[in-house]
Design a protein around this ligand. Structure first.
Ligand code: CAA
Length: 379
């Protein structure tokens, strides 16, 4: 067993770190304040190959491993989780799903521009009444011969208005329950497809979250992914990898907050010495560092399992469950270490605290991760 990153991974980590400092940090407070999507920055991340990291170069991807992907997610998330969620969704939920389960024609038409970062993708599973209970899809896709007629509403969709390619999960055969669900590729601009207003959120405010409405949208048959009835499995398998990406995001948020808290604690003086020399603060930093390291090991292990072609369902859920809890705990403590300064926007930690919360909710809440883990360990 060895814990070192290889040269390529170190190089990619450094590239992401530099990008986050130079391109994401300036303006991150303003984008959060005004809920502004980091459009320019996403374009540049596409040019750097961050939007199709694990995709085969023959489909315009970077052909990298999952470890490199989590390293990039971690570095970007230290600074701007609104930007990193775009990377996570595009890589894990959209590109991965299309490359693994799409037809050759779908890969040519849809995967190539997504992996190159020329287009952005969205993954549309959640509905007003089907969040955690994902088998209860109300969106319907009626089989009309050479097309499906799509009707329904999707909620809280990341990249809702900025995406061009949407993977939409819908029910075709309600009597078959989850075995009747399909996944479809829907293009922006298809007649009957509309995007609702942007959600006004607690955190990741720069990210573009919308509901989507489908009203008699004609989706060509060739846009169905996989066999008839494969949609629920498609969503589950895709989310398994997505959870590793979000775990890495949570890890980055925690590390970003820890770095700020440590730096502040060394500079800020009270009672005649830096506050880092007061045990009350020093022990907080010790706890934070230990939690972050444990989360990192879980995240890297899950990514490593995926790279080895070994099962990673349980490892991915454990990584997400734990890292998201660490992100929440560490960011709260980072605000506390900063005292009054922590409560104002210029010091960044209050944003990281708000951003941390979503990692316990999206791509399966912490309660869902416990369901997945408990089923695996009992099995
Ligand atoms: N891989 C393959 N198949 C799986 C699977 C997996 N990981 N998990 C479940 N399945 C299969 C089961 O085998 C079963 O199929 P069979 O009957 O053929 O065996 C079928 O799916 C139904 O499974 P369950 O009986 O376990 O279904 P359930 O309703 O009890 O639980 C669940 C399923 C795990 C709770 C699932 O509903 C779930 O993951 N819910 C959370 C949904 C979620 O993560 N949403 C996130 C939205 S996306 C998002 O947030 C993206 C974003 O924008 C950032």
């Amino acid at each position: 067993m060895h814990f070192e990153l290889n040269e390529e991974q170190l190089m990619i980590q450094q590239a992401a770190r530099d990008f986050a400092q130079q391109e994401l940090k300036p303006g991150v407070i303003e984008r959060d304040e005004h809920q502004k999507f980091p459009a320019e920055q996403v374009k540049k991340m596409g040019e750097l190959g961050f939007l199709g990291m694990m995709v085969d170069p023959k489909y315009n991807g970077s052909g990298l491993d999952t470890i490199s992907y989590v390293l990039v997610m971690e570095e970007l998330s230290k600074i701007d989780a609104s930007a990193s969620v775009v990377v996570s969704v595009n890589n894990s939920l959209v590109c991965y799903g299309l490359e693994k389960y799409g037809s050759e024609a779908q890969k040519e038409k849809y995967l190539k521009p997504l992996a190159a970062g020329e287009k952005i993708g969205a993954f549309c599973l959640s509905e007003p009444e089907a969040g955690s209970d994902a088998t209860s899809q109300r969106t319907t896709a009626e089989d009309k011969g050479d097309y499906y007629l799509l009707n329904g509403t999707k909620n809280w969709i990341t990249n809702g208005s900025t995406a061009s390619t949407y993977l939409v999960i819908a029910q075709t055969h309600p009597e078959l329950k989850h075995k009747g669900i399909n996944a479809f590729i829907v293009e922006k601009g298809m007649e009957g497809f509309t995007v609702g207003p942007k959600e006004n959120k607690l955190g990741i405010r720069g990210s573009d979250t919308h509901s989507l409405m489908f009203n008699d949208v004609k989706v060509p048959k060739e846009n169905r992914i996989g066999e008839d009835g494969f949609g629920f499995k498609f969503a589950m398998k895709t989310l398994e990898g997505g959870r590793i990406g979000i775990a890495a995001q949570a890890l980055g948020i925690a590390q970003g907050a820890f770095d700020l808290a440590t730096q502040y604690a060394k500079e800020r003086k009270s009672f005649g010495k830096p506050i880092s020399e007061h045990q009350a603060i020093a022990f907080k930093l010790a706890d934070m560092a230990t939690q972050i390291e444990a989360a990192r090991l879980l995240v890297y292990k899950a990514a490593w399992l995926k790279d080895q072609g070994l099962p990673y369902t349980q490892a991915g859920s454990m990584a997400k469950l734990y890292a998201s809890k660490v992100a929440m705990d560490v960011t709260i403590e980072a605000v506390q270490v900063h005292g009054g300064y922590g409560f104002v926007k210029e010091y960044h930690v209050e944003r990281l605290m708000r951003d941390a919360k979503i990692t316990q909710i999206y791509e399966g809440t912490s309660e869902i991760q416990k369901m997945v883990i408990s089923r695996e360990v009992i099995r």
